[in-house]
Design a protein. Sequence first.
Length: 276
Amino acid sequence: MMKLIADSSANLTMLEGVTYQSVPMTIRAGERDFVDDETLDTHELLDYLAAHNGKSSTACPSLDGWLKAFEGADEIFVITITSSLSGTCASAMAARDVYLQSHPEVKIHIFDTLSTGPEMQLLAEKLAELHAKGLPFDVVCEKAQEYLATTHLFFSLKSLHNLAQNGRVSKLTAGAVGILGIQILSTASSEGTIQPVEKCRGEKKTREAMVQHILDTGYHGGKVRIHHAENPEAAGALAASLRERFPEADIEILPCAGLCSYYAERGGVIVGFETI
């Protein structure tokens, strides 16, 4: 049996046509731990964080969490958030090494996406598509890695507080966001880090800049996956702008789960797309 596993930053709870499992990350604020699984109320999480004045942080899945997810499959594809900003990929690799000691016949491949959210969703969908064709495990891995090189990520954020607090961006960069409606438009760099590309004021200008950067990157009507942190209006408007140019585009919108809601913060929009 094949199993597709991703950490919870993929914002997926299921994937049609395959056995899919999400391994939860954890958000810690004050004395509370929010486990990023299907029972998490992200609205409550965002409200709690907005009222919380102390420090907060995130934790990658435990070794045991990965080991339990591996059970029952002989071919396993694992998708993780960027290793440049999280220990999640390293924890998955450690779990793989432990699991293979007692299950040497199992095949496990770990994809470090150097990204998050919707770009992870795109890779998951491609893996499901390739597996459905009956291709050998190694061929699926090779073709999926090639596909990952054709996908990209942009995101617009109204606050960088949590990213700065956890050392993902500089406090200097974070300080300029949110003032007078300024949002920051960023991308996932080739090294899997956050690379700011433009500051915009207001939803309309942010959306226009986002569309332009997507087009400049080489998008010409392929898949687009939009994830948002309680901002369906901005996500829908972005989808509409892209459909004006590409009416047949395959565009889906999903709400962020816990980890992406924590870092994107309320109002954030994350976009993954392919340029094949």
